[in-house]
Design a protein around this ligand. Sequence first.
Ligand code: TRP
Length: 355
Amino acid sequence: MTTSLPRIFSGVQPTGNLHLGNYLGALRNWVKLQHDHECLFCVVDQHAITTWQDPAELHRATLEVAAAMVACGIDAGKHIVFNQSAVPGHAQLAWIFNCVARIGWMNRMTQFKDKAGKDRENASLGLLAYPSLMAADILVYRATHVPVGDDQKQHLELTRDIAAKFNNDFSARIGDLGLGVEMQAGDETVNGFFPLTEPLIDGPATRVMSLRDGTKKMSKSDPSDLSRINLTDDEDAISKKIRKAKTDPEPLPSGLDGLKGRPEAENLVGIYAALAGISRERVMAEFGGQQFSVFKPALADLAVEKLAPIAAEMRRISDDRAYVDAVLRDGGERAGAIAERTMKDVREIIGLLGD
Ligand code: TRP
């Protein structure tokens, strides 16, 4: 009875400014995926509050991320762009998954360990349950594929564990109600309600590192604005940041091996390759043996060419508040209709009276 069309869900947190890492690592791939999938792209505002967020800033960033999705080329008419808190089904299903998942599963999550740090007892309960809400985001739409970076693979495995345990705990009831679909679970064919969602990792992930320190990920929380290229940066800011990017004194090597132990060179070559849509080998073939004084201006030109139009579009869209509101309202309504159908079935499967 369920749709077997590949359905994509992905989310991004509205915390801080979007930057080149978000673009090359996520948004750009989403734009490609929309051609042959049905897609939902969500600004996960309820995930953001698992750590403290200033309310006015959370509000601003939520609108900015929605504007960025559209500015990067996501078709909000054909697909669904919305914010998580607009659809109650996410939190409702997350609660149910909190009762399906085990505390031990959550305790093993490396993102929780990193974010909670030494003082785990003092982390929010929401931070521990974060993956349960993420599973709900995906499964309330019964999404089959999720484009994610490497750092989210563990959460996606947990999403499958939750789906499998739900399908198994309630298998008799799912069968009686005729709500199951046949699916492959390892070697077995099982009749389940929730799909076992697969990650979609687009080739070798483009990990964009800080422009000030090639060993650290480009991050919205880095105090130095020179460490990242924001998606709202204008031409001057983009070129200036690339000109000032940290490098080493050697010329560029002519092969990939020569990048070992040179994180800043490796990062800039990776950024060039990703923006130009060519392999790093080709970048090396073109610039090997040249100084950074030659490579950086070429990279700056390329970055301006690819990113400045997005920044201009973001400014244009962000200034049209009524438009962004309309995109989110419409997306929220369409997402809400799908989520509510799932929740109705879920309540029936579990035996909750509901409304
Ligand atoms: N946890 C993801 C991140 O920090 C964001 C996210 C929330 C997400 N829900 C999701 C990503 C569902 C993919 C699917 O990047």
